[in-house]
Design a protein around this ligand. Structure first.
Ligand code: MSS
Length: 363
C-alpha cells in the first residue's frame, strides 16, 4: 500500500522525524534516532499493530480495566486497581518485532520491511504475573502455556480465530512475565497496549500482548492463526504450521547506530546497541574492515539487567576511504551472532552481523 506521509491520529504524539512510516499500523525507529542512552524514549519507539488500535475510550478509566484470569485454581476477573494493590516491579526489556531485519532477506520475505528499528529498550512497571496467579491459587494442574488475548474488538463476518491477537508462551515464562500499566515512567500509552499489557521479557514483540483482556493457563497452545501458523520459522516457500518453532525467546543481536554514512579521518566514535534476549551479554566486538579484524567495544551506561540492551562504543582510528563497520555480540553462555542469515519464509529472527553493518565513507 501507499506509505502515509504524516502520522495517523493515534500516534500523532510521536516524533515524526525519528520514525520510518511503513504503514498506518507499522513504523520503525530510524537507525540514527536510536541514540546512545539505555532507554528508548516512548515517542521514538516503533509501533506494530496486527489489527487497528482500539479507541482511546479504553484508557479513559484505566483502573477500571478488567483482565480475566483463567486456568488457575480460583479463576476471576481483576481490575487494574486491584492489580496495583497486589504488588509492583519494574523491569527494563527489549521490545523487538519478530520480523526486525526482514528487509535484508534476498528472497523478499513478505511482511513489513523492517530494517533495524523495530526494536527499543523499554522500562515496564506492573505486577509480576506470578504474584497474581499465586493469589488465585496457582495454575490449575497440567497447564503448560500462558495464553494472552488482546483487547481489540473484532469485525463481524470474519472467523475471529483468523485475526485475533492471542499468543501462548511456555509456562516457564511465568518466572518473569508481568502485567504492565506503566511504560517509561508514564501510564502505558494506548499505542503500546494501554491500559494493560502482558510483558514477557526476552521474548519477541508478538508475545507482549497489548490491551490484554484475558490471561489463561492452558494445556495446549491457542489455535488462533497468529499462533498456529503465524510467527513460525520455516524454509522459504513453506506454509506455517504448529510443529515449526514459534517466535518466543529472542536471540543475541547488535547493530551499529553511528556513524551511518560519513566520518572524518582520524578518531571516530562508533556507537551501537546489543542485547542477549533472555541472557546477559558477555561482550560486543566491532570491526571496521567488514569482519576481518575485531576489537572489543565498551558498554555505555548502567546495566539494567539481562533483558535490557546495552549501548556500546568503540573509539576507532579510521583512514580515508570506505569502511564496512559491523558489530558482533556474544552472550554469557557463549552464543555469538552468526555471520549470515537463517533463510526462512517470513524473514524472522535475523541476527546475522554481516547484513546489519553500515558502509561509511571517511574523508
Ligand atoms: N498486541 C495486540 N493486542 N495487538 C497487536 O496487534 N502486535 C504484536 C505485539 N502485541 C499486537 C500486540 C507485535 S507483532 C509486536 S512486534 C508488538 O506488539 C509491537 O509493540 P509496539 O508497542 O511497539 O507497537 Mo511483531 O513480533
Amino acid at each position: 500500500g501507499e506509505e502515509p506521509k504524516t502520522l495517523p491520529d493515534y500516534v500523532a504524539w510521536k516524533e515524526r522525524n525519528a520514525l520510518i512510516l511503513h504503514s498506518a499500523n507499522t513504523m520503525e525507529t530510524q537507525r540514527g534516532a536510536i541514540g546512545q542512552g539505555v532507554i528508548t524514549s516512548s515517542d521514538r519507539l516503533f509501533v506494530r499493530n496486527n489489527l487497528p488500535a482500539p479507541s482511546e475510550e479504553i484508557v479513559a478509566d484505566r483502573d477500571a480495566w478488567e483482565v480475566n484470569i483463567e486456568g488457575v485454581k480460583n479463576p476471576r476477573a481483576l481490575t487494574i486497581g486491584e492489580l496495583k494493590s497486589m504488588g509492583v516491579t519494574t523491569v527494563a526489556s527489549v521490545l523487538q518485532c519478530s520480523g526486525n531485519g526482514r528487509a535484508f532477506f534476498p528472497h523478499g520475505a513478505s511482511g513489513t520491511q523492517w530494517s533495524v528499528g523495530a526494536a527499543g529498550c523499554v522500562m515496564w512497571t506492573g505486577v509480576p504475573l506470578k504474584t497474581v496467579v499465586e493469589a488465585l491459587g496457582g495454575p490449575a494442574d497440567g497447564m503448560k502455556y500462558i495464553t494472552s488475548t488482546g483487547g481489540e474488538s473484532l469485525p463481524d463476518g470474519i472467523d475471529p480465530k483468523t485475526i485475533m491477537v492471542e499468543r501462548s508462551v511456555p509456562l516457564h515464562a511465568l518466572d518473569t512475565a508481568m502485567l504492565a500499566w506503566e511504560m517509561n515512567d508514564e501510564p502505558l500509552p494506548l499505542t503500546h497496549g494501554g491500559p494493560l499489557r502482558m510483558v514477557v521479557p526476552g521474548f519477541y514483540g508478538v508475545n507482549n500482548v497489548k490491551y490484554v483482556k484475558n490471561v489463561a493457563f492452558t494445556e495446549g497452545q491457542t489455535d488462533a492463526k497468529i499462533q498456529a501458523s503465524g510467527y513460525r520459522v520455516r524454509d522459504v516457500g513453506k506454509k506455517g504450521s504448529p510443529d515449526q518453532p514459534s517466535m518466543w525467546e529472542m536471540n543475541v543481536k547488535s547493530w551499529v547506530t553511528a556513524p551511518l554514512e560519513t566520518g572524518r579521518s582520524g578518531r571516530n566514535m562508533i556507537y551501537g546497541v546489543a542485547f542477549g534476549g533472555t541472557k546477559s551479554l558477555d561482550k560486543v566486538e566491532v570491526s571496521t574492515d567488514g569482519g576481518q579484524s575485531w576489537k572489543q567495544a565498551q558498554f555505555l551506561g548502567p546495566d539494567l539487567g539481562p533483558y535490557a540492551w546495552r549501548p556500546f562504543v568503540l573509539a576507532a582510528d579510521l583512514s580515508a576511504g570506505e569502511h564496512r563497520i559491523v558489530s558482533r555480540a556474544t552472550d554469557v553462555e557463549g552464543n555469538s551472532q552468526p555471520e549470515g542469515r537463517t533463510e526462512n519464509e517470513r524473514g524472522y529472527g535475523h541476527n546475522g552481523w554481516k547484513d546489519h553493518g553500515v558502509t561509511v565513507t571517511v574523508s
